[in-house]
Design a protein around this ligand. Structure first.
Ligand code: UDP
Ligand code: MG
Length: 131
């Protein structure tokens, strides 16, 4: 089987990162914490509108570093050089998701990946980048 995600162990901090449908082309109740928000119905329409690319990332501080790379929720407030800052225009079409806490990282990875879908993998560059 072709591995769908890459993750080494449950002891290390993890973040679920997802390229949203607009990111793929230009559902799931993943957003249950937002179910009472006024934008929830449009958010669910959006997130189920097409295929997404799912990723499990792990490493020290990965939740914060993924969110730094992704940028602010509203692309207009996202810094240049971030994914949302460079590639998105509207909050409702902001290209990419990243978990907001280590606990939610574990929860979301468990929601989007089945047992056995994640594999252990290390780039040959890792020892040159991380001690
Ligand atoms: N969202 C929206 N309208 C809003 C706030 C959020 O459509 O006023 C959408 C947007 O796609 C956002 C997602 O809901 O990325 C989840 O909201 P959250 O506040 O968790 O932002 P995030 O963690 O993605 O930066
Ligand atoms: Mg969030």
């Amino acid at each position: 089987a072709v591995p769908r995600g890459i993750v080494a162990s449950s002891e290390v901090e993890q973040s679920y990162v997802m390229i949203k449908p607009d990111g793929v082309q230009r559902g799931l109740e993943h957003y249950k914490d937002l179910k009472d928000k006024p934008f929830f119905p449009t958010l669910i329409d959006y997130i189920t509108s097409g295929p997404v690319v799912c990723m499990a990332w792990e490493g020290d501080g990965v939740v914060a570093s993924a969110r730094k790379l992704i940028g602010s929720t509203n692309p207009l407030q996202a810094e240049p050089g971030t994914i949302r800052g460079d590639l998105a225009v509207q909050t409702g079409r902001n290209v990419v998701h990243g978990s907001d806490s280590p606990d939610n990282g574990k929860r979301e990875i468990a929601l989007w990946f089945k047992e056995g879908e994640l594999c252990q993998w290390e780039s040959v560059q890792t020892p040159w980048l991380v001690k």
